[in-house]
Design a protein around this ligand. Sequence first.
Ligand SMILES: [Zn+2]
Length: 590
Amino acid sequence: MKWDLDSIFPGGSESKEFAAYLDKLQLNVHTLNEKVTAFVVPEQASDSKEFEEILQLLQTVYMEVSESGSFIACLVSQDVSDKKAQLLQSKISQQFAEIQNVTTLLEQKVTRIADDVWNEILQQPFFERVQFVLDEMRTQGKEKLPLEQETLINDLSVDGYHAWEDLYDRIVAKISITIEEDGEEKTLSFGQASNKLSDTNRDVREDVHYKLQKAWKDQEDLTSETLNHLAGFRLQKYKHRGWKETLKEPLQLNRMSQETLDTMWKAIENQKHHFVKYLDRKANLLGVERLAWYDQDAPIASSQSTVSYDEGADFIVKHFNRFGPQMAEFAQKAFNEKWIEAEDRAGKRPGGFCTSFNDSKQTRIFMTYSGTPSNVSTLAHELGHAFHQYVMDDMEYMNQSYAMNVAETASTFAEMIVADASVKEASSKEEKIALLEDKLQRSVAFFMNIHARFLFETRFYEERKEGFVPAERLNQLMEEAQQEAYQNALSEYEPEFWASKLHFHITGVPFYNFPYTFGYLFSLGIYAEALKSGEEFEQNYISLLRDTGRMSVEDLAKKHLNVDLQQSEFWEAAIQLCVKDVEEFIELTN
Ligand SMILES: [Zn+2]
């Protein structure tokens, strides 16, 4: 149950081989910097040799920095007290910032290549392979301000933009509540308190919910400042660039159109009544008239069964095999070659992730396996991510980076296979209900909770254009968005959610919400397709994954699934799979 990191770099954070690798990276960054600075914009297509060399080196440098970053992430996670690894982490962040600056400089030079020369360059073999990414770089570069101004924005954003997120993090760290447990007073951090919201006892959930709400209310003079200012910074940047739509950047990052986004939400809205039925039934089962915000994660049945690690692994491989031998073989390989850190021990960081070593063409999965059915799902989920990387390993590195909305495609797909099989093979009715409910909670999160976040954020940004939006108004906007997104199914909502949800305060990614819902439905749509088709499915699926880094999502769906994302059919078929869960749930709990 422990992973093998030595086959990548022997010796952990003291590794000599890794130190040498970092030196090589630093040297490469230095060379790249010199080359890009000296780079003269080609005036004819035949002058593109230097350009190609720069791009190849750029790919190498990105690959090496990612390989290093992955190694350090693994070290830090397996032992949170590894000080040497933490030092290495700050070293790699510096390298990364430097590479980003070189990339911006290159981007600006690329925008100056004349159109006809550009089109001719793109016909040469190497350039043709990375055409989509290069075109994207050039088009987006043209929509930005001149280099000096963009550099100034970047430099100012350290203290004037990202700092608001840092300040927010400080506020979160100060949030705590006191509860009484077993006759004793206990102080809980925000994270610990949040876990109590899935307690079986309603009094506990209610108590924690109101205490948390009060704690956030006490800070709302501060959190309304952080939220307003980071949004204000973003809007000013857009204004100077001449961008009118707030969604321009998030859509661009996710390589999707406004029409696709609108169609997706509309299809969800049309099917929401099914999920309202589920919420009503759950209220019934909990013995309340309507669910409150703090009842959403309440368990209604407990599944007691535990699964050993080996059983879990066998279950995954067996069910992956039903959809494709390559995926099953890959999972087996990951188990055999010790790519997974699953041991349940002290000193590890919590959570799970999958990280790739692009240079070594390997991946590593991190999690803590304690034998619950949800651990098996997590393991399948991370193996899905690893498989996504595996099928891309031989491609140009530039074509391997995919956006947030398709990043969860392979993982959700893999998880779905295992979750569905678990429901089917559940040993008792209670267990079946618990597993189904787990799936339904996820659907409600994607269709209702995240929809509320999207509605709130869209409206908040419109009002922010006119000036500061005070806390009372933010509360109002949030509550209205929740009522609308949940179709009034709940008895009470959480107006302070704009303050308590970290995602609104992430400066690195705007609109950290709709890509989740997109990804969930996109992979469900693929799953629906997989259930229909036979042996040829896996090859098509692999081709789709390979194109996730070099196409718009509309083209991706058109080419591999033969569907139009701007039409509702695809979305409806995907949602239908979740509606089936509702129906089964209702029947089982009758
Ligand atoms: Zn994931």
